[in-house]
Design a protein around this ligand. Structure first.
Ligand SMILES: Nc1ncnc2c1ncn2[C@@H]1O[C@H](COP(=O)(O)OP(=O)(O)O)[C@@H](O)[C@H]1O
Ligand SMILES: [Mg+2]
Length: 256
């Protein structure tokens, strides 16, 4: 790897104490994401994916190993990494515009300027005309897009996405996937996506880490050999099929 990694996770382990028992969630995981790279983490439920994101975001510290931002282990990561957790986290009592500007508001940035920026981005996020709506008045896809807009408005260079489309129906998922590709191309951020959908990982990412069931270890790392821009037609590409097969094999080998 010639270019320095933006995020680098080295030999990280994390265990939790659950009712007096030690549960190893993440075991000796190493991974990296370069500048503007789209990286996916794929693995079965409970294998430590959300824990890994929490560690990377700086919400908790690893028991062993280290996490560096631009090669610096000392940097405070909390607040420098955008994180869209598994649940959208929109505040039910705030209207859409006040929800998406929450991050910058907490960071005490120039609120009128941020509101203007948010309003200008609403069409791209399919939210135009809904700025005064409450979360319960929005569809699942709209809420996820609002949550991502809120994360992007914080202007951090890395964005962590934890199964952002997990709760959506298949059709909405597909639309959202294409839309997210467009967002990534336009905003030029480094993205780290957690998913358990193999096709989604292949269509979106530059690199994929396949994790084993708990405790999560890296079972396979693949560079996705597909050209960009990506499109649904690639699903029938032989390269797509062979990559999918390697991932499924890695997932099966470690199953049960
Ligand atoms: N704060 C916590 N306290 C205790 N156990 C936890 C905590 N967070 C996660 N775990 C446990 O760690 C394991 C991995 O969880 P998680 O990272 O949420 O997996 P995934 O996101 O891959 O489904 C699970 O067994 C879960 O119960
Ligand atoms: Mg999770």
């Amino acid at each position: 790897m010639t270019q320095q990694a933006l995020i680098s996770v080295r030999n990280v382990s994390k265990a939790f104490s659950v009712e007096g028992r030690l549960v190893q969630a993440v075991d000796n995981v190493s991974l990296q994401a370069r500048e503007r790279e789209f990286v996916a983490l794929i693995g079965p439920s409970g294998c430590g994916k959300s824990t890994l994101l929490n560690l990377i975001a700086g919400l908790m510290e690893p028991d062993q190993g280290e996490i560096a931002l631009r090669g610096d282990r000392q940097t405070e990561r909390l607040g420098r990494i955008g994180y869209m957790p598994q649940r959208d986290g929109l505040l039910p009592w705030r209207r859409l515009l006040e929800n998406v500007t929450l991050g910058p508001e907490v960071m005490r940035r120039d609120l009128p300027a941020v509101r203007e920026q948010a309003l200008a981005l609403l069409p791209l996020f399919g939210l135009q005309g809904f700025e005064r709506s409450y979360p319960h008045e929005l569809s699942g896809g709209m809420r996820q897009r609002a949550a991502l807009l809120r994360t992007l408005l914080c202007e951090q260079e890395v964005v962590l996405l934890d199964e952002p489309f997990g709760a959506l129906d298949a059709l909405t998922r597909r639309t959202m996937r294409d839309w997210l590709l467009g967002i990534w191309e336009r905003f030029q951020r480094t993205m780290l996506l957690v998913t358990h959908d193999v096709d989604e990982a292949l269509l979106l990412s530059d690199r994929i880490y396949v994790l084993t069931p708990r405790p999560g270890r890296v079972a396979l790392e693949i560079d996705v050999p597909l050209p960009r821009p990506r499109h649904e037609g690639l699903l029938n590409d032989p390269l797509f099929a062979s990559s999918r097969e390697s991932i499924l094999t890695a997932l099966r080998e470690h199953d049960g």
